[in-house]
Design a protein around this ligand. Structure first.
Ligand code: ZN
Length: 409
């Protein structure tokens, strides 16, 4: 990658990155030792498109490198997310899926944790998911799936076979799709006249407020704001009719869109847009300050861990998340700094973290015996994790947290 301007994926305007993270592997590509030599890397850099407000990474790996038959992320591994999706599904169903033959489609249904709530309610449904292994898990939970990327062609095929959708839902997946205009065209193709498109994603306002730069990795091609979402869907006849802040993933936003004029627009849309203006999400200076905070955070985290190691302390990581790939590679942390990372996902255990090559072990290894210090990489599930790991603190263990600041607790 060079310093040359790239084109905004949403509106085509030229834009220049304000921050570079260096060479990055695919965030979820956990590797075995024999794969170290042929790991895939790309340059991770972030930019804001000034005209439309879309925050995006400049370069990204080929989606086929990321969403494939051994995709290592399963939504069901988080009890908190499973509960959240039940509430989200009820919210959508109560407002938008009242008619008896209503049809709901989920874009990127993963293992079915969201759409199964509609399926078990007997609603006509379809989950679209490009990773065959996770879609197979959704099938086992009674979810009807189609293994495909969501694009205008898929949207036309679904409309032809099942009719228009009364609701299209998604969670933490629309920001994964580089061709965001293709998503907008697909939604415009598939949606019934009074249908809605509801999706929730990590929110730019929350990321900037917390300097949680670990939201930035290959799968998160975009970090959305209300302003950017409204701008990218408008040319396809879709308008933003509601915004609902969510606590998930360290601060998310639920966006609801409908065909222009088909629904009344909630006052929350104007409120959210005004708040984004007050926060300066449209200003270059905001992102310069964000970059400085990230650099400081990196230096403090590395300093703290290496001080502890010099004192002979054991430091491990907790939760080998996609987010942790950005932190570990941006900070240059490796197995000499962090002994291993414990994670509940069997697919990751026995492998190594992408790029940084820290071993991933089972949760049993975490307690055998407890280390002095554990880096809380799953900070967005802090309540769930700290509740589950009371014995670690009771044994004198301390958490190393780094969002929004580096600190011990
Ligand atoms: Zn743009």
């Amino acid at each position: 990658m060079t310093n040359e301007a790239a084109a905004c994926r949403a509106c085509g305007s030229p834009m220049t990155p304000f921050m570079r993270f260096g060479r990055m592997p695919v965030a979820n590509a956990f590797v075995t030792e024999d794969q170290f030599a042929r790991e895939y890397f790309y340059e991770l850099a972030a930019a804001l498109c000034a005209p439309c407000g879309m925050f995006q990474i400049v370069d990204h790996p080929d989606p086929a490198q990321m969403f494939h038959d051994s995709y290592a992320f399963f939504t069901r591994t988080s009890k908190g997310m499973v509960a959240h999706f039940r509430t989200y599904a009820e919210w959508v169903a109560e407002r938008f899926l009242k008619k008896p033959d209503a049809f709901v489609v989920e874009v990127g249904c993963n293992d079915g944790a969201l759409i199964e709530n509609f399926a078990t309610g007997g609603l006509r449904h379809l989950g679209i998911e490009p990773s065959a292994n996770v879609a197979a898990v959704a099938n086992r939970h009674g979810v009807r799936t189609r293994v495909a990327f969501f694009d205008p062609e898929t949207a036309r095929a679904v409309r032809a076979s099942d009719g228009p959708a009364d609701a299209i839902v998604a969670a933490n997946v629309i920001c994964h799709i580089p061709n965001i205009r293709g998503v907008a065209e697909g939604v415009a193709t598939l949606l019934a006249p009074h249908g809605v498109f509801a999706f929730e994603e990590p929110y730019l306002g929350a990321m900037i407020a917390k300097a949680s730069y670990d939201q930035i990795y290959d799968e998160h091609v975009f970090i959305f704001s209300a302003r950017a979402v409204a701008a990218v869907f408008a040319p396809f006849g879709l308008e933003l009719i509601d915004t609902v802040p969510q606590a998930t993933h360290g601060g998310s936003m639920r966006y609801v869109l409908g065909r222009k004029g088909a629904h009344s627009v909630s006052p929350s849309v104007a409120r959210t847009l005004a708040e984004e203006g007050r926060q300066g999400l449209h200003l270059a200076a905001t992102y310069d300050e964000f970059r400085r905070r990230c650099e400081r955070n990196r230096d403090e985290l590395v300093g703290l861990i290496r001080d502890l190691r010099r004192q002979g302390q054991r430091v491990v990581g907790y939760a080998a998340t996609s987010k942790s790939t950005t932190v570990l590679n941006y900070c240059g942390l490796g197995p000499h700094d962090i002994e291993f990372i414990s994670d509940t996902t069997p697919l990751k255990q026995g492998k190594f973290t992408p790029g940084s090559h820290i071993p991933v072990r089972s949760p049993e290894a975490f307690a055998d015996p407890y280390p002095g210090f554990a880096v809380l990489f799953g900070w967005n599930h802090e309540t769930e994790i700290l509740g589950k790991e009371k014995a670690f603190a009771a044994a004198g263990g301390r958490w190393i947290k780094f969002v929004p600041e580096v600190r011990l607790s």
